[in-house]
Design a protein around this ligand. Structure first.
Ligand code: SF4
Ligand code: SF4
Ligand code: SF4
Length: 443
């Protein structure tokens, strides 16, 4: 079980530390070998065997760069400390090893896939870390905060424990508020056969209800035939995907797709969230057996691009403050929406300053992959683990950028922490914030 790499200092987390107390060696070995036999195949074997330890992926990882190039934080180093040890020892590892491996795979990798672009073999480190997370989940060793969110989603079908009547109340409340500004506005519930089924993440009705207001204002002004469901299936987020609870991930995606299909809608439009999109467009659908989602799904960036192209968004003037743009991994590396993001930005804003690097080469905000959802115990590690993002932002600031557009919820959370911690004087906006601010409104 020797990795040749020094074990890092430990952060106390109830889910990890209590989780390993009940483990025994026999159970660990059995669980690991069963999982590897039944759930991995050629892809896993190839990735595990072909790494040449060349280190070309290291410079791609913000954790490695931000931690003084400590090899423990390099992509290959993280595999070496986790999956490689398991394979070398044929699953015979102890509970302390599982504790450390869990901390690495859940809190030191954002599953952002930047490193894979620089690996000559295209080894998918995010997949290897997800495999480690799956083992930890099966052993019941997951960070407490993210597991709480996953439990909420399992119990209530939304990650924030919003009760069914509270959800409907929130939509009615936003409709009432918005009708003062847009007298004919409706948030149509359960309308069958509409062009658009709009879905959001759990925190929107709970903490960011103004985003639902803004989306309703945009739909209304653009004349979209749309609906939102009054029933569970409205929350498109997915922390189960990140804890390694694939069964629950599948159940949640199934409810989301089935709700849209029951309402005979033509397609799902998702709000500005990256991980939710990955879950619906890449991981959840595939776990359920669909190569592509069973009903067309698009991210808000695609939708806004389409509305602008069709002349359905009319703005009264351009945004004056100089902006820069964060490229969320899940919709840029994961879906290729970078040029559409730039088209929208240039349509809305007078002055756009690119961060360097950008597009698919952009650095993750360090919140993704569920890392921010692992909560306060790991916050310092997460923020210290992304000095490179702070440097990127400071460079953009020096060139004049004062507003940071980030079309992803988790990116917002992560970037807010970075901006505060490193003292960068920038505001963060969604595209929806800026569209709403600039669009024509009734007098
Ligand atoms: S955080 Fe991103 S770049 Fe770093 S190892 Fe994980 S997937 Fe690779
Ligand atoms: S670049 Fe690829 S082959 Fe080289 S160390 Fe990284 S994962 Fe291994
Ligand atoms: S939070 Fe944003 S930047 Fe980070 S992995 Fe997710 S999409 Fe990428």
């Amino acid at each position: 079980m020797t990795t040749g790499i020094k074990v890092k200092s430990k952060i106390f987390d109830l889910g990890l530390d209590k989780g390993v107390e009940k483990l025994n060696s026999e159970q660990i070995e059995k669980t690991i070998n069963k999982m590897l036999k039944e759930e991995t195949g050629a892809r896993f074997k190839t990735y595990a065997e072909i790494c040449a330890h060349c280190g070309l992926c290291s410079e791609a990882c913000h954790f490695y760069l931000s931690n003084d190039k400590d090899p423990k934080f390099s992509p290959a180093g993280k595999v070496k400390q986790t999956i490689s040890v398991i394979l070398e020892n044929k699953g015979k590892v102890d509970s302390q090893f599982i504790r450390n491996a869990a901390e690495i795979c859940y809190t030191e990798c954002n599953l952002c896939k930047r490193c894979s672009m620089y690996c000559p073999f295209g080894i998918d480190i995010a997949y290897m870390m997800l495999t480690m997370r799956r083992i930890c989940h099966l052993l019941g060793v997951t960070p407490q905060y993210i597991q709480d969110t996953a439990h909420s989603h399992s119990a209530t079908l939304n990650q924030m424990w919003v009760k069914d009547d509270e959800w409907i109340d929130s939509l009615h409340w936003q409709e009432d508020e918005a009708r003062e500004e847009f007298p004919n506005l409706r948030i149509p519930l359960d309308k069958e056969g509409s062009d658009v089924f709009y879905s959001v993440i759990g925190p929107e009705p709970k903490f960011r209800a103004q985003l639902i207001y803004q989306a309703a204002a945009i739909m209304n002004s653009a004349g979209i035939d749309w609906t939102m469901p009054s029933t569970p299936g409205w929350d498109n987020s997915d922390m189960c995907m990140y804890t390694g609870d694939n069964e629950m991930m599948g159940r949640l995606k199934k409810v989301h797709f089935e709700t849209a299909i029951r309402l005979k809608t033509k397609r799902i439009v998702m709000g500005e969230c990256g991980h939710a999109f990955r879950s619906v467009y890449d991981m959840g659908n595939r776990w359920l057996g669909w190569k592509m989602p069973p009903i067309p799904v698009i991210h808000a960036i695609d939708f806004y691009d389409e509305l602008i192209n069709k002349g359905k968004i009319k703005i009264t003037h351009k945004y004056d403050k100089p902006v820069t743009l964060h490229d969320p991994c899940n919709v840029i590396r994961g879906r290729g929406l970078h040029e559409k993001s730039r088209y929208i930005t240039n349509f809305l804003c007078n002055r756009f300053i690119e961060m360097i690097p950008n597009r698919e080469h952009n650095y993750c905000c360090s919140a993704g992959g569920g890392v921010i959802n692992c909560g306060p115990p790991f916050k310092n590690k997460r923020v210290d683990g992304n000095k490179v993002k702070a440097e990127q932002l400071k460079e953009a600031y020096k060139k004049g950028a004062r507003v940071l557009i980030a079309p992803c919820h988790n990116c917002h959370g992560g970037l807010e922490d970075i901006i505060h911690h490193y003292g960068i004087d920038m505001e963060i906006k969604f595209f929806g914030d800026i569209i709403y601010e600039l669009m024509e409104k009734p007098q």
